[in-house]
Ligand binder design. Sequence first.
Ligand code: C5P
Length: 324
Amino acid sequence: MRRPPAATNVRSVLSALPRNSVRVQAPGKINLLLRVGAPGADGFHPLATVFQAVSLYEDLIAIPAPDFAVRFGGSVDVSGLSTDDSNLAVRAARALAAHSRVPNGVHMQIEKHVPIAGGMGGGSADAAAALVACNELWGTELDRHHLHELAASLGSDVPFSLTGGTAIGLGRGDDVSQVLTTGRLHWVLVTAEHGLSTPAVYRELDRMREAGEAPPAPDVVSVDVALLHALRSGDAAALAPTLHNDLQAAAISLAPALGEVLEQGMDAGALAGIVSGSGPTLAFLVPGTDAAHEVRVSLAVAGHQTHKVHGPVHGARVVDNEHS
Ligand code: C5P
């Protein structure tokens, strides 16, 4: 019989925790806007994006240890994740230890709920959670600015996982500034069984642009004012037509079924549907919780895995501290 993924209940883990442990939650994100320029000499694409942190969280418990280790459980299949030194959470912990010149190690248990390779920044959330947890556990007291610098060295989306909320991301997406928003937006997410590789989706966009299958890269990428206005007024209906993702055509080219699911969500009453980041997670904007329920039911009947979430929510933060 196939062993189920090492799903562990956070509460049962917590009840067995030593006193000096730290628990951190970090959210997944969706991109309300993602404009992608032509790749630079470093291979990275200049971005103008608007992130929103949504209420689907990674839950990390950190325990002091002489060495570095990570284990995964949670509601997504974690069997394919690496737990060696290449893991982003381990790299984050090691980076903080090296930066702060502390001899400490850490053992981390991460309950994953953000889809893996789904375009929702789950790995980035793990790294942000590891930074916040170790900073607390080791008493290294790095301020937000220095944590942000370490975060950016780990991946383009890690700084936003620290900040949360709703934010513009420029550069590689790591130059983050908060955006003024009103109220709460409601989303239905459709997650896919198989992930998409972020570099492969960027490469596909470059190919499509080269072949004339997608509009050419803009000379300058920028954030649309109409979208910022809609966020400020908290008007979901006004926001809907401003949502846009340059990577969407590339993600659909690699996973054509996404196009059909987008249509199904719109037919079910969503205000808008969009690929999140490099996909394949889809985010449907809905006017409220009743509409969210209706869209969810329609998509679930069609055989899709759905989640109802809201945003914006906080970035990576300590939720339990047994550190004495
Ligand atoms: O920074 P991160 O590790 O998340 O990026 C993963 C990959 O996505 C990069 O190696 C690159 O291929 C692609 N990428 C890009 N331009 C960006 C961000 C990511 O081309 N701004």
